[in-house]
Design a protein around this ligand. Structure first.
Ligand SMILES: [Zn+2]
Length: 270
């Protein structure tokens, strides 16, 4: 951990966003929840959501900091980021870039900027390990990335609330996937998918909360649920998940499960 004096080597500015002449120089992300109910969010070692400049009592405007971050996406600018974990506890997180941003109201707050940042260069001690990871990602597909971004930036309010209801724990395995920092990893899945051609609704009755593994199984149609019996059904009857308990604390509309069974689930329902 660094003190503020030490952290100033990377971010010599009192504001979260340090820019000069519209050029981003560095940012300080705040993961300390003491004062702000809604703060920046580290999604993984290499991905974070950074909330734009300006308080959240009114819509955020195009301040110099927000403009500089938007421009940084266009220019591909790479800049150092420090994290504030607590009072006088900072950490240098390496160099990052803006890969997308969105401006809209979310979670009951007026319109604000959410910048999606990706780390391109970790702090020195981790450089080698990360280089291997970056090499292995050399062939990523843009479509896949934009889907990921959409999912991350637009986690709907319904999903946010359900994640809290389930205490960030998968309804299938009931295991919180601890990532060491912040809330466990859990994802909202729309049983009748949003968007074409399914056009499912974004309502709680159409959403389940799953860990990434079980989300994948749901997506490819390897599992479904029996709402009345609160059980998981696996396409492979011998799989240990088949017949296991499905944790259910909110109402699911079976119409959506029927849709999943008919068009997505690979097995037969008896
Ligand atoms: Zn799970």
């Amino acid at each position: 951990m660094l003190t503020w004096q030490e952290a100033r080597r990377y971010h010599n500015n009192q504001k979260g966003i340090h820019q000069r002449g519209g050029q981003i120089l560095s940012i300080c992300a705040s993961f300390s929840g003491e004062k702000r109910r809604y703060h920046d969010q580290l999604l993984s070692e290499d991905l974070m959501i950074y909330i734009g400049e300006g308080d959240l009592t009114k819509p955020q405007s195009d301040t110099y900091g927000n403009l500089a971050l938007k421009k940084a996406k266009e220019t591909g600018t790479i800049f150092p980021v420090i994290a504030k974990w607590n009072e006088n506890q900072y950490e240098y997180l390496g160099k990052w870039q803006v890969i997308d941003w969105e401006y809209s109201p979310l979670h009951g707050f007026p319109a604000h900027y959410r910048f999606l940042l990706r780390r391109v260069e970790p702090p020195e001690t981790e450089t080698r390990k990360a280089k291997e990871i970056i090499c292995s990602q050399g062939n990523f597909h843009p479509q896949k990335v934009s889907y990921e971004i959409e999912r991350i930036l637009r986690d709907t309010r319904v999903i946010q609330e359900l994640k809290v209801l389930y205490n960030y724990t998968c309804q299938v395995c009931n295991i919180p996937l601890n990532r060491g920092i912040g809330d466990p990893i859990v994802e909202g899945h729309h049983i009748m998918p949003l968007g074409k051609p399914h056009n499912g609704p974004d309502i709680a009755e159409n959403v389940v909360i799953l860990c990434p593994n079980h989300h994948a199984l749901f997506d490819i149609g390897a599992i479904t649920i029996d709402v009345a019996q609160k059980r998981v059904i696996h396409v492979d009857p011998n799989d240990s998940l088949n017949g296991s308990i499905f944790v259910l604390k909110h109402t699911i509309n079976e119409e959506f499960v029927n849709y999943h069974n008919k068009y997505i689930f690979k097995g037969s329902i008896w």
